[in-house]
Design a protein around this ligand. Structure first.
Ligand code: ZN
Length: 165
């Protein structure tokens, strides 16, 4: 197992879509272990593979009930709306109020290749939506209202982040 550096805003890997995992083999098991270790070390409640530079559709999360993994996940149902001060390990130490569905259900595979589902509101619902966004190359900044997003991008650039964008 290893702790990987977390890619930050401006790294093009964060803007790229992750590829579906075709075979769940030892390399995927190792990737999941590395992602969990990196997430706990950060510390964070969720991590997507692109955040450590791996464009594979794998996400891990732990909202206080133990480690979970989702391979090739999709959001299959959402409802409601909830505004929450959201942060991201790839845009460290910044939080913005972001409105998303309050409840979400995600479906994917576990490490045994079995279908699994997670659903929840509050933090779990938020983490599922946030991490699955990463797998499509979407950062939380893109979920901000236009005016807030422009100000956020300006601030980040002023601090020398996101120069590649
Ligand atoms: Zn994130």
């Amino acid at each position: 197992m290893a702790i990987f550096p977390i890619r930050t805003f401006g790294d093009p890997v964060l803007r790229s879509s992750a590829a579906a995992v075709q075979v769940i083999d030892e390399s995927i098991e190792r990737l999941v272990q590395d992602m969990l270790e990196t997430m706990y070390a950060a510390p964070g409640v969720g991590l997507a593979a692109p955040q450590i530079g791996v464009l594979k559709s794998v996400a891990v999360f732990d909202v206080g009930e133990g480690p979970n993994v989702l391979i090739n996940p999709k959001i299959v149902e959402t409802s409601g709306e909830w505004t929450f001060d959201e942060g991201c390990l790839s845009v460290p130490e910044r939080y913005w109020p972001i409105s998303r569905p309050g409840w979400a259900r995600a479906r994917g595979l576990n490490l045994d290749g079995e279908d699994v589902e997670y659903e929840g509101d509050e933090l779990l619902g938020r983490v599922l939506q946030h991490e699955l966004d990463h797998l499509q190359g979407i950062l939380l900044i893109e979920r901000l209202e236009t005016r807030v997003r422009k100000a956020a991008l300006r601030d980040l650039r002023n601090e020398g982040l996101g120069l590649l964008q």
